[in-house]
Design a binder for this molecule. Structure first.
Ligand code: SAM
Length: 375
């Protein structure tokens, strides 16, 4: 079929499922799943949608967004804040999300040491002078392990309804595949990266020769990470302005670990206490039904000295007066508590002063009275 006739057929019916922007984000998420980067920066992050998706990737500990438009970033930056559930159930990983206002044409030391830098639909928005500086800033200065750059493939435009010159009025240029690949190959060669080309947004069947709607270059640094000295040598003064910063609660932070641990310890102690009280009640009832056994059973249960000796040996909880004593060793043996603090010494250190302990620090004390606990 004649090429023009074919193009006319598709014009107006091209629809990507999922939408093209989602396909680009998914491409980045797949890269993250493959390379498991810890530090990721999204240049030209706009309204932070990609950053929001990336904050759920468990390998990422530092997430940074940069854009020349502070107002665009601010529109939805609240989405990057921790949620109440993040405080209720802090995870093991630490996560800091920061947004900077600045240009990719300028170097700032806060952009050093990244594993992955994403530039999704950014370069076509750069002025000629900015595009000239871009490779030196991203590949020369930031020099992350991986850079991913996506940009429109102008060859696809003939299939897009309503597109005459460029897809967006703010685009300064749109490249065909040969133009993008020659720029990318030259950049990769100059800064010692390897680059591979792919894309998202498949062309319709029979039109494969026009390529993907969005063309993508994935650059992988060929040389190893430079050490701290070389990085600090590179540092020049800060030029970006911080517009947002969120530090997510993490169990790596002792403050959150202590809160969660104390909660878990008290919860565990309550369970032990309840099962002990239930057992003692049913034993008492049994003795009441069978009075001849009563004496023999009561003695080991309430004789204090014997009990102390016993507990030290056996980790058993016991009742004295209206207090339930639950040895910390017993609480430590519960998997969740054990997992949280790792060592018995750490458990003792973190709960000290936060729970009611016996004078020898051996057992946690809870009242047998439910009302007191609530207070
Ligand atoms: N990356 C986003 C995404 O895929 O959803 C959106 C990209 S948007 C099409 C281009 C963004 O680049 C805009 O938010 C614009 O403000 C930003 N931008 C343009 N020139 C820039 C520059 N010199 N430095 C940093 N960001 C720039």
């Amino acid at each position: 079929m004649d090429k023009n006739v074919q193009e006319e057929q598709f014009k107006g019916v091209i629809k990507f499922t999922p939408p093209l922007s989602k396909q680009r984000y998914q491409f980045v998420k797949d890269l993250v799943a493959k390379y498991r980067p810890k530090k990721v920066a999204d240049l030209g992050c706009a309204d932070c949608k990609l950053l929001w998706m990336l904050k759920f990737c468990s390998c990422i500990e530092v997430l940074v967004g940069l854009d020349i438009s502070a107002s665009t970033m601010k529109e939805k930056m609240h989405m990057l804040s921790p949620l109440p559930v993040d405080y209720l159930q802090p995870t093991e990983r630490s996560l800091t999300v920061t947004l900077y206002h600045g240009s990719v044409a300028h170097k700032d030391p806060c952009m050093l040491g990244f594993d992955l830098v994403t530039c999704i639909e950014l370069i076509e928005h750069l002025e000629e002078s900015e595009l000239k500086k871009f490779p030196e800033v991203v590949f020369g200065f930031m020099a992350p392990s991986i850079v991913v750059i996506s940009t429109p493939n102008v060859e696809f435009n003939t299939l897009l309804p309503g597109v005459t010159l460029f897809r967006h009025p703010d685009h300064k240029f749109e490249w065909n595949r040969a133009q993008f690949q020659s720029w990318a190959l030259e950049t990769a060669r100059h800064y010692d990266y390897a680059v591979e080309f792919t894309g998202v947004g498949h062309p319709p069947r029979g039109m494969e020769n026009i390529g993907f709607c969005t063309q993508i270059g994935v650059f992988v640094r060929k040389y190893p990470q430079t050490g701290g000295f070389a990085q600090s040598e590179k540092s020049n003064e800060t030029v970006y302005k911080t517009v947002f910063k969120a530090v997510y609660p993490s169990l790596k932070d002792e403050k959150y670990l202590q809160n969660i641990l104390v909660g878990e310890v008290v919860f565990t102690a309550q369970i032990i206490k309840q099962s002990l009280l239930n057992r003692l009640t049913s034993e008492r009832e049994e003795r009441h039904d069978n009075p001849t056994e009563e004496k023999a059973q009561l003695q080991p249960c309430f004789s204090e000295d014997m009990r102390k000796l016993d507990v030290k040996r056996s980790m058993e909880s016991f009742v004295k007066g209206n207090v339930v004593y639950i040895p910390l060793k017993t609480i430590f043996s519960f998997p969740k508590v054990n997992q949280l603090c790792g060592t018995f010494e750490k458990l003792c250190k973190l709960i000290a002063g936060k729970v009611n302990l016996s004078s020898d620090g051996y057992a946690l004390m809870l009242s047998t009275e439910p009302e007191d606990e609530e207070n």
